[in-house]
Design a protein around this ligand. Structure first.
Ligand code: ITT
Length: 200
């Protein structure tokens, strides 16, 4: 079976991509970056989600000799001109402190009325081959930001993003409901024909 590596240590992402590839009839041995612990993490020096996804995918493909997939995602707030964007994971200064990041964003938007609270989750997913071939696809989940967090599912900014057409926040959706509409779900599904063409 052909092996495909996904540039993440997040088990949830591996499960999600695995299910999407299997649904599409692609029988691949999908492994996470943990399968190659000696390979150092890549510095995300790009200024767009696509650049960062490509940086991670190329580094992993070069280091392992395998086709590699990487994603980069974040929350883009209209009234902040698209921020936090690529800085979503460290908006409060500490990488990965979801609660502090969310609380800082809510405080910054404190006086902003409902009609100006548009925002979206964005995701770029890249596939790179060891020979340098690359493709990148994107997904987006539009919504509005609540004034207070609600729900306990998911992670990051899920408790404050209410998707368009929903009455619940992303953190009140089940994982399956969120995957069906999410930026990452869309990007991973858009990657299926690319994987089939280049690595299937
Ligand atoms: P990797 O280990 O795979 O890099 P990550 O969680 O550090 O995963 P992501 O690129 O997936 O990095 O996401 C960056 C930040 O964007 C993440 O820390 C959240 O704050 C936010 N974010 C991205 N996708 C999200 C989602 O589906 N729900 C809530 N917040 C999300």
């Amino acid at each position: 079976m052909k092996r495909l590596i996904l540039a993440t240590r997040n088990a949830g992402k591996i499960t999600e991509l695995h299910a999407i590839l299997a649904d599409a009839g692609l029988d691949l041995d999908l492994v996470g970056a943990d399968a190659y612990p000696d390979i150092p993490d890549v510095k995300e020096t790009g200024v767009t989600f696509a650049e960062n996804a490509l940086l991670k995918a190329h580094a992993l493909a070069r280091a392992t000799g395998l086709p590699a997939v990487a994603d980069d995602s974040g929350l883009c707030v209209d009234v902040l001109g698209g921020a936090p964007g690529i800085f979503s994971a460290r908006w409060s200064g500490t990488h990965g402190d979801d609660e502090a990041n969310l609380n800082l964003l809510l405080a910054q938007l404190g006086d902003i009325a409902d009609e100006h609270r548009g925002a979206y989750f964005a995701c770029a997913a890249a596939l790179a081959l060891p020979d340098g071939t690359e493709r990148v696809v994107e997904g987006r989940l539009n919504g509005v930001l609540r004034h207070t967090p609600s729900g306990t599912n998911g992670f990051g900014y899920d408790p404050i993003l209410q998707p368009e057409g929903e009455t619940r926040t992303c953190a009140e959706l089940t994982p399956a409901e969120k995957n069906a509409i999410s930026h990452r779900g869309q990007a991973f599904r858009a990657l299926v024909p690319v994987v089939r063409e280049l690595a299937g």
